[in-house]
Design a binder for this molecule. Structure first.
Ligand code: GRF
Length: 220
């Protein structure tokens, strides 16, 4: 049974594109149920339409509260019956109710080595902390912002002279590879949320999986 995936994105959509391209190359056995955005101008929606994927934007301005917006958004998401919901550059904080209703079915890609640097402006935070290592994490979405159990990570060095822009530029292709490899594990039915742990092949992970230079996930 091919995994049905819905993607939430607010902007450029390069992570979405990485998933679309991986499927087109035949290395990701998923079908895209739909792409959803809080911004009608999100380029992610154009990428979806070009790939023949249903694309929908809902405006937070047309809903009185965050709860009402999220309820409307997830009613639309539920209507396409995804098994996995991927937040790929989705920039709104999700109301606890929609997250709690979908345990183990929502993941997010975050541009830091969680639990370090939750929230926004992670590249700036790494530089401000003088850290020599940066990276990205794919984690389950839980009510705690960027706090859910981490499935997989990719690491990269911080170089002398790096700026937030150079870090973001070098990290992005690594994010793409990390997200594709992570969603592939779901497509193979190998990953689940077990309490507050990630279970791979039925066993709780002691640490996040690590993306190798070759694009495989090791550590299991
Ligand atoms: C990525 O860096 C992702 O980690 C962060 O926002 C960015 C989204 O980029 N959450 P894109 O829209 O996928 O190109």
């Amino acid at each position: 049974m091919t995994l049905r995936v819905a993607v939430l994105a607010s902007g450029r959509g390069s992570n979405l594109q990485a998933l679309i391209d991986a499927r087109a190359r035949g290395v990701l056995d998923v079908e895209f149920a739909g792409v959803f955005s809080d911004r009608a101008t999100a380029h992610a929606l154009d990428r979806a339409r070009e790939a023949g994927i249903p694309a929908m934007a809902l405006s937070p301005k047309s809903h009185a509260t965050r709860v009402a917006f999220d309820a409307a958004l997830f009613a639309a998401v539920d209507a396409v019956q995804p098994q996995l919901i991927v937040c790929a550059g989705y920039m709104r904080i999700l109301d606890d109710s929609v997250v709690a209703a979908r345990p183990g079915r929502m993941i997010n890609i975050h541009p830091s080595l969680l639990p370090r640097h939750r929230g926004l402006r992670t590249h700036e935070a790494v530089l401000a902390a003088g850290e020599r290592e940066h990276g990205a994490s794919v984690h389950f979405v839980t009510p705690e912002l960027d706090g859910g159990p981490v499935l997989a990570q990719v690491r990269m060095d911080v170089r002398d002279g790096d700026t937030p822009a150079t870090l973001a530029q070098r990290l992005l292709p690594l994010e793409h590879a990390l997200l594709v490899a992570s969603v592939a594990l779901f497509a193979q039915g190998r990953v689940a949320l077990a309490g507050n742990n990630v279970a791979l092949d039925g066993r709780a992970l002691a640490a996040p999986l690590a993306l190798t230079a070759g694009g495989a996930l090791d550590g299991h």
